[in-house]
Write a protein that binds this ligand. Structure first.
Ligand SMILES: [Zn+2]
Ligand SMILES: [Zn+2]
Length: 358
């Protein structure tokens, strides 16, 4: 049997899936990427395939864009093409062909400005782009999940320092949101209340792990955090998907994202690496009252710019483990300033009228 199109295979030991993109193995070797320090990036880099006016793979040329810029990933792990159904001739060898789309979203034309360094209005533009793409991709009949994420920093495998995020839209719901859907649905059926809304109530009562909140979002270190400085940003309203956010919520979310990422950068006074992504409800015909829109920040750094956490040994084979408690991590992040260490003025607070823990 030949496998040359995107598909997922089931691990019968865990019940989880692995996505395989054989066509990507054919992509050209892009060469060793020069590792420029993200601390001294130029505003424009003539060799960057994400900067305005520059050429990308396959002879595409970027427009002279002035805000966000979205394009289909030239080396997409998922393809929209109809593929032949894969034959499974044994219940332990299960595979399903997977259709989808992969997009890249450049935050701005500036090669050197990451999320915390962008102005409030530019972060709002990024969020509006994620909302627009979620709605557009989610409306396609073969798409059922839209994963918006940012991989920041060479340590996270980001191949280009130009600030950008990605959107992978899939026909099937990936492992992580599938697990969260099941847990949130079970909780909602038992309590007639969304799990994350009840969890947020508890956290607000206890105040141990909350970093800050405004009228529409709260940032906190979750009780069950795995990564040293892991953060979850949770919507106050029972909004299920990015494209359901109102104007004031977009503004509030931009304010919270800027504050989280500014404090991250201030923690070790470096451009702080992380994987960040939004978990929204599946794009099907249901309204998903059980689902609360939230974003996870998973940063690998532990004690300094060079000491990172690895998921190995017992963690890989058994379960995750941490030393620093989530409460202490929250206290450290709370103690930091909202003024970016590279800037002299504070981040825009317009959208944070009800700040706690200033
Ligand atoms: Zn660039
Ligand atoms: Zn989640």
């Amino acid at each position: 049997m030949t496998y040359d199109t995107p598909h997922r295979r089931l691990n019968p030991l865990t019940g989880e899936w692995v996505l395989i993109s054989p066509h990507r193995a054919k992509r050209p070797w892009l060469g060793q990427v020069e590792k420029t320090s993200p601390e001294n990036l130029p505003t424009y880099d003539p060799t960057c395939y994400l900067c305005p006016r520059n050429e990308r793979a396959g002879g595409f040329r970027n427009p002279d864009y002035s805000s966000t810029f979205v394009f289909d990933n030239d080396f997409a792990a998922l393809l929209p093409d109809e593929t032949q159904a894969l034959a499974s001739d044994h219940p332990l060898l299960v595979s399903v062909s997977e259709r989808g789309l992969c997009q890249v979203v450049c935050f701005s034309p500036r090669h050197d400005l990451s999320l915390p360094e962008l102005d409030q209005i530019d972060v709002e533009n990024v969020i509006r782009t994620w909302m627009g793409q979620s709605a557009e991709l989610g409306a396609k009949d073969f798409i059922h999940y839209v994963q918006v994420f940012e991989n920041k920093g060479a340590v996270m495998g980001a191949s280009n320092p130009h600030p950008h995020s990605q959107i992978w839209a899939t026909g099937l719901i990936p492992n992580e949101p599938a697990k969260e859907l099941e847990r949130q649905t079970d909780y909602f059926n038992q309590h007639s209340h969304p799990l994350l809304a009840d969890y947020l109530d508890q956290e607000h009562k206890r105040q141990e792990r909350i970093l800050f909140s405004n009228d529409h979002f709260t940032a906190l270190v979750p009780y069950w955090a795995i990564w040293p400085f892991e953060v979850i940003v949770v919507a106050h309203r029972n909004v299920a998907r990015l494209n359901e956010l109102t104007d004031v919520e977009v503004s509030a979310l931009a304010g919270i994202m800027k504050r989280v990422t500014t404090r991250y950068d201030n923690l070790f006074e470096i451009s702080f690496p992380y994987s960040m992504g939004f978990h929204q409800a599946p794009f099907d015909t249901q309204s998903h009252p059980e689902w609360t829109l939230h974003a996870h920040f998973y940063p690998p750094l532990l004690r300094s710019a060079t000491v990172r956490k690895f998921m190995v040994g017992f963690e890989l084979l058994g379960m995750p483990q941490r030393d620093i408690t989530p409460e202490i991590a929250a206290e450290r992040l709370r103690s930091l300033s909202d003024v970016h260490y590279k800037r002299s003025s504070p981040v825009d607070k317009r959208s944070s009228p009800a700040d706690k823990h200033r």
